[in-house]
Design a binder for this molecule. Structure first.
Ligand code: NAP
Length: 282
């Protein structure tokens, strides 16, 4: 039976580290502040925004939600992002998705200061990630690596297979893993014989958004399996890994819920603190 790699205790531990650092900033008269910009009223985006607000405030960070109606003009939203980017009181900015279809995502992201881009979505941060330079990078891939690192699982020299090449998880994982000297294979929906590739993995990281995609016969015995999927099903929230068949085969396995997803918000908090240091706050 696989050893379960819980994200919950780790999240609590990182939250404590963040709280202490926030305390040090506040003692200097600076409150770390994140602003989220939401256009429209997508129910899931509203729920995520509220959850972030609660979490950030619980560690003493400031949070503000700037809302635009679903009919907001491109210029209005761009102007707001530029204003927030130049405000010294704001240290991090998130543009919430999905956006209404009439808005141009790339142009909006271009209006965002890369130094405040705590989701790591601007071209500048993506370029920095690829070229091995310091910058702000997406939270979920960092959560996958943190869960391995804090459980003492080395990635250097290992064959890591990533399933999914989405913008928020799979794609940024590739350069992050290369930085850590892993040998990486990335699979996607056009990969032929997915199981052939996943069975080669010493560490398998799955972020496809397909419940039950990875079954026990697709996992090398003893492998480390990190499930970043979060899927809402009739039975509740589940990952991309078929837990009952994979648990007896894998050596280590992250549960869903209670695994990678538990770490995303604390990684965002860490990104906000990193943004402050990149901005030269003192
Ligand atoms: P996405 O942008 O839709 O990307 C999904 C990726 O999976 C795509 O690259 C797709 O391939 C690939 N894929 C889909 N079906 C596949 C199949 N049958 N075989 C192999 N690959 C397949 O999704 P995402 O935003 O990266 O999110 C992925 C998952 O992570 C979702 O479950 C999401 O909820 C979860 N997530 C979790 C967190 C967290 O906090 N833990 C944060 C963000 C996302 P193509 O590129 O060929 O289409």
């Amino acid at each position: 039976m696989a050893v379960l790699l819980s994200g919950k205790e780790l999240a609590a531990q990182i939250k404590e580290e963040v709280r202490e650092e926030v305390g040090r900033w506040k003692a200097k008269g600076v409150t770390p502040k994140l602003v989220a910009v939401l256009v429209g009223d997508d129910p899931a985006a509203v729920v995520y925004a509220q959850a972030k607000e609660k979490a950030l405030k619980s560690v003493g960070m400031a949070y503000e939600l700037v809302k635009f109606s679903a009919t907001a003009r491109q210029e209005e939203v761009e102007a707001k992002l530029k204003e927030l980017s130049s405000s010294p009181e704001v240290h991090g900015i998130i543009l919430e998705f999905p956006l209404p279809p009439h808005l141009n995502k790339d142009r909006l992201l271009s209006a965002l200061s890369p130094l405040k881009d705590v989701d790591g979505l601007t071209y500048e941060n993506r370029g920095r990630l690829l070229s091995g330079e310091e910058g702000l990078f997406p939270a979920t891939p960092q959560s996958c690596l943190a869960i391995l690192e804090r459980h003492g699982i080395e990635v250097a020299g290992k064959h890591v297979v990533v399933v999914g090449r989405g913008e928020t998880v799979g794609r940024p994982l590739l350069p992050l893993l290369l930085r850590k000297d892993a040998t990486v294979t990335v699979c996607h929906s056009r990969t032929v014989d997915l199981g052939y590739h996943t069975r080669q993995a010493e560490i398998l990281i799955v972020a496809a958004g397909r419940p039950g995609l990875i079954t026990g016969d697709m996992v090398k015995p003893g492998a480390v399996v990190v499930d970043a999927g979060i899927n809402q099903t009739e039975q509740g929230i589940c990952g991309d890994v078929d837990f009952p068949s994979v648990e007896p085969v894998a050596g280590y396995l992250t549960p869903v819920p209670g695994g990678v997803g538990s770490l995303t918000t604390v990684m965002l908090m860490k990104n906000l603190l990193k943004a402050m240091s990149l901005q030269g706050c003192s």
